[in-house]
Design a protein. Sequence first.
Lengths: 153, 372, 278
Amino acid sequence: MEQLEQIIAAHPLFAGLRPEYARLIGGCAHNVRFEPGQLLLRHGASADEFYLLRHGTVALVLTAAGRGALTVQTLGPGELLGVSWLVAPYRWMYDAQALETVGAIAIDAACLRAKSAADHDLGFELAQRFMGVLVRRLHAARLQLLDVYGTHR
Amino acid sequence: MSVETDAAQVIDVAGFSQLLGWLAEQGYRLVGPTVRDDTIAYDDIASAEDLPRGWTDEQAPGHYRLKRRNDAALFGYAVGAHSYKRFFHPPWETLWRARREHDTLQIRDEPSPAQRLALIGVRACEIRAIAIQDRVLMERDPLYRARRADTFIAAVNCTTPGGTCFCVSMQAGPQVSTGFDVALTELGGVDPPAFVVQAATRAGRDALTAITHRPATEAEMAAAATAVQHAAGQMGRQMPSTDLPQLLLRNLEHPRWSALAERCLACGNCTMVCPTCFCTTVEDTSDLSGREISRARRWDSCFTAEFSSVHGGSVRPGTRARYRQWMTHKLATWPEQFGTSGCVGCGRCITWCPVGIDITEELAALAREAAQ
Amino acid sequence: MDTPLLDPLRPHIARVRSTRREAPDVWTLELDADQAPPCGFAPGQFNMLTAFGVGEVPISFSGDPAEPGRVRHTVRAVGAVSSALTRLDCGAVLGVRGPFGTGWPLPEAVGRDVVLIAGGLGIAPLRPALYQLLAERARYGRLSLLYGTRGPRDILFRRELEAWRARADLTVEVTVDHATHPWHGHVGVVTTLIERARLDSDRTLALVCGPEVMMRFAAEALGAAGLAAEAIFLSLERNMHCGLGTCGHCQLGGLLVCRDGPVVRYDRVRDALRIREL
């Protein structure tokens, strides 16, 4: 358990986190491993746990009829996989597929939501950190949307 | 900074014609004001008869009319749509031609445009404009350098400013202070006209020596000075005396630009008549066989969409951005690039704007609104 | 033969020695410099290339500055002139004027980490800098190339990227904006690579080249990673025509990009880039 807390505190998402919060989060966490090709998240499934990636790369994939599987983003070590667990209806919007062997910390979403509801300071701390990731991803998604390398005439 | 001039002399119209004759003998092409297309236009002249004798002009925003004077003054008008820039930096010129033979290609230069050019009746605003273009082009453009190298300038102190003039507030006139060989001041109320003349260069002294002249009297010198002082008080416009670069660069997103864009037609007239606007583009052409190829350079205007195009489109797609580019370049970034303002206060951009946009009024409004 | 009068305005004749297709619409031309002047250049500078009878466009050097006899330019077929250039066969003549503009500040990079951030065709003007950095590898700290482009088939200089990726003294990360299988690399904009790169903000000099929007985002991301504006250099994109600072086309605020750029320090243009349509 102690080791999990240390891993969580060392993850960029939780850099500088107070030890008692790391302990609270650690209480909802466990180690996981995925083989290449394996799905970590499945489009439409209930968002029951999210992942702090430690090794390997994961692709967020949307499958569109006639266009096949479109990768919209890849995530790697030090990054967060899964944000839909934060807000109702707690469902994944993409498939997340391991491109390599992936090592991660899985965190039980319902467990962490309950702890945040009970301790708003923890909730605020988490909200700040997840909001940072969300805003950066929103900016990146918009830049992606601009298709800046295309020819616009 | 003023040049040293010799003691003032007086010449009459015959003396003035002698001056033109002497310059022609020295191999100069003579260019000066003429009446053409109901405007004052700069063109080849041979004698005083070719000048707009007895003419004046009426100028206001979007308005220009030639009118008769009730005297026979040779220089009793302000500037028209032409400026002297066309003689050093022509509206259109071929840069080179090339001929393709099988798989080789030979480039041929055009003949050198070097010239001996004498400009007659050049006002202070025009001299300032030439000095500004010298700073932009002299070092970098070999064709400009060739055309400009051998120039004789017979300046005229302006005694008849137009309704859109503001050279006083740009510290550019009406008195010429530098950049001329001889300077004339037309004496008012004398019929036929007479001129107080001062030489400032060796060529100017040589010219004066060759023509009939006599020393100016105290009264004539005083009359000449008074005429120029009077002109300084007759400016139709005034540029706000604020720090223009700062005003413009701090207000690049001011709503005034949008209001201006609603009036501006983006026709580019202001850039064509401006005596300092120097922008050009090149056009390559070939005959149908692809054997004869040439590149021409022509004046361009920052008011066109293509002017700022990068692959993917225009950097300045709207009139707001294009007008802002023109005005901020002229008054705010020009000093940064070339160490002088790009404006001489000649008023052409006001007179020849089809909707009468007045650069001095716009800046005053921007200063007023920005201060609020 | 050569009258000095028109020198800066008249192109030198060069010949295409070889062409290489880099992507569906991008070609690298290697020029025969026999008739052109000995073309030493600084990485980041550009030439004006003439497709005779069509027109002239600014194109960055994309070859190795240590090989002045092998002038290379990488051209994307976008407009009439660039399309004509990409259609030239071996032996065809074209015109060359240059080199023009400022180069990447490699002397300033000595003793520091260097990150090259390329977007799309922006890798072409950075490639000469990378050649030089690698040739003098011992003089620099950590070197990385972060390269983002539209899709897998738009990746330029693939073979070299593979070779560079195999080096232990250079980090190469490539990402694409859009991908379908079988791409197994990164997907996401190039700024996401900056966040992952763990740059040593006090030691790093960043050289950025790509579309203006991409460079703005990249500069912001570098700022967020702790780099000072003084440590970030951009290669600006404007329509350079004359290369001499006399045609007025390439202005950005007070800059004449052909003369004061294309490579400029970020603090010099940060404010100007934030103003719409300047």
